[in-house]
Ligand binder design. Sequence first.
Ligand code: ADP
Length: 267
Amino acid sequence: IQFNDPEGFNPLNPLKRIQSEIHAYAVSKQQEIDQLKKTENFRREFIADISHELKTPIFSAQGFVHTLLDGAIEDKKVRQKFLKKAAKSLDGLDILVQDLLTLSQMETGQIKMQYERFNVFAVVNEVFEQLEGEAEKKEIDMGFTEFSNNQVFVVADQQRIYQVMLNLISNAIKYTRKQGSVRVGFEKRKKEVLITVSDNGRGIPDEDIKRIFERFYRVEKSRSKDKGGTGLGLAIVKHVLEAHDTRIEVQSKVEEGSTFSFALPTA
Ligand code: ADP
């Protein structure tokens, strides 16, 4: 008779059995500790990141206000200019705090998706209207792909999908040079619609593609920051789409452009 089983259990040797149970317990506790350490590191990094990101607009607004108080306020032209700059920094701060709130609510599952049937073509048109000014400034040609239908019904959270489209299209405009082109396309499939947002902008290097959905990750830190983004746009996109049980794909080539795509159910 062979009593030794692979887990080390031997009914003739209770001590061995206890030893093996203790070992299993120690392993599971170590795993718990590792997980806690990971969460704690993540939290620490997140707080450091947030503090750093908040400091930039606060320092900038502070600088302008103090310069005004130190005398610049006397000159009407300078006053106007500095107040505008301070207001712009505070607007940026407001957007950053809103994005942070959205992201943390998404991550902790506090936001419940409100599913309804709507025409995503109409939603994208509204986004185009909102971004018209930005596109015009850079003379970017923004529109739909040639064969896009204007009746594209999906079942999703309309407000959240608006935000996804806003983030993707505003990135497409931001990271495309003057007179570039931005196109949104719809491809109907059996039970879903594939939605694409393409640009012919600067593109994303292969090694960065995996990381652009991390919060505050920017491909060229200072260049991307100059564009005024919060670094949270794609993290929000990823979370919203995950909550819809779908995921975002990216195809990109440096200096040629990028295409972001995802599918939504039609019923
Ligand atoms: P940001 O607020 O900096 O735009 P995002 O989370 O929206 O933050 O995007 C993360 C980074 O991914 C950007 O900083 C940029 O480097 C890169 N990126 C996003 N969209 C595009 C695009 N369409 N073309 C090129 N790079 C992009």
